[in-house]
Design a binder for this molecule. Structure first.
Ligand code: SF4
Length: 338
């Protein structure tokens, strides 16, 4: 895309608007790079309202990089419980351990690096997060590109399907070198609160005058359809004599990696045997998967020892399964109850 063809967006209008209207988010009142990194990792795939809750939990549990590096990955997963996309938590733990290594061993002597390439080299850090942390925490001139910025760019330039490269060129062109962190956040804030996917509030937009797409904003960029796979699963959960479910830790690299839960089976849902009872169905949606789990429980106490769900990290789906059974406690013989 030719830079000459750009409509000049008023940087001053947008920054002034940001200074006056930005949301009061807790990570905006700190300069601590670790706290800012945590917010960026969380916000990758979590809504801001939920992100605030989880950010507070994470920063209280792990106030420093060292505190996370000294913890087990299971402790990090437990703190992350419910936030979803658990690979983020596992990579964050790996990142903390890398940062704590001596530089002679490929680490950063306990300090989060400030340069874009060094940030990019860390586990779980992609181009967006590296640019966000470099600019917001360290004042480095790197332009972020995320879904919000892509939408603002596509509408400003009236482009139906801008490529990642075109969005990056646009973002680089407009980046304000002396306030890169505020500038990146201003563009993202505009996309999150004014130039929203549906019903953008163009009458309140500080850069409306330069916007080529303002008459039909929702035509830009074209919507991308997410393919959602329907999956049917079944599980039969046994309990020990104390009423704790028999659950195990899943492999680190699969769905809900590192989290605890009952075995989930794909394929034909069986009829319950004499020692099983059907309890009900749990529905659970992930971004690319719609899961229907047929839940059975055993009517006999297991000889194995179960785990208290409060002591281990479990996905929301697994919690729903256990809660469903516990809400139907009549299916568990009295001798198995606590
Ligand atoms: S004028 Fe409307 S479509 Fe254009 S950037 Fe502003 S909010 Fe988005």
């Amino acid at each position: 895309m030719s830079v000459v063809a750009l409509t000049r967006l008023s940087q001053r209008n947008l920054l002034d608007w940001y200074d006056e209207h930005k949301r009061d988010l807790p990570w905006r009142s700190t300069n601590d790079p670790w706290a800012i990194l945590l917010s960026e990792i969380l916000l990758q795939q979590t809504q801001v309202s939920r992100g605030i809750i989880y950010w507070r939990r994470m920063i209280e549990t792990f106030p420093t990089i060292q505190s996370m590096a000294d913890s087990t990955v299971d402790t990090v997963l437990k703190a992350w419980e419910g936030a979803g996309y658990y690979s983020r938590a596992r990579r964050l733990h790996a990142l903390s351990q890398t940062v704590m290594l001596p530089s002679a061993d490929g680490g950063f002597d306990g300090s989060l690096p400030s340069s874009y390439p060094a940030l990019l080299s860390l586990p779980g850090i992609g181009p967006y997060t590296a640019a966000a942390v470099a600019s917001i925490a360290f004042g480095q001139p790197f332009a972020c590109v995320d879904g919000n910025i892509k939408r603002v760019m596509a509408r400003q330039e009236e482009m139906v399907d801008p490529s990642a490269r075109e969005v990056q060129v646009w973002a680089d062109e407009y980046l304000i070198q002396r306030r890169p962190g505020d500038w990146n956040q201003a563009l993202m804030e505009l996309g999150a609160t004014v130039c929203t996917p549906q019903k953008p509030r163009c009458h309140r937009c500080p850069v409306q005058s330069s916007c080529k797409g303002k008459n039909t904003p929702t035509a830009y960029p074209k919507a991308t359809k997410t393919k959602v796979k329907e999956v049917t699963l079944w599980t039969c959960v046994e309990f020990d004599r104390l009423g704790n479910p028999i659950i195990s830790q899943r492999p680190q690299d699969g769905l809900f990696g590192g989290l605890w839960g009952p075995q989930l089976n794909e394929g034909q849902v069986p009829n319950p045997s004499e020692e099983q009872r059907f309890v009900g169905i749990v529905e659970h949606k992930l971004s690319h998967r719609s899961m229907t789990v047929h839940v059975f429980t055993s009517t006999r106490a297991s000889s194995q020892r179960g785990h208290n769900p409060l002591d281990v990290a479990m996905s929301v789906l697994d919690q729903k399964v256990i809660n469903l059974i516990r809400a139907n406690e009549h299916v568990i013989p009295p001798h198995e109850k606590k």
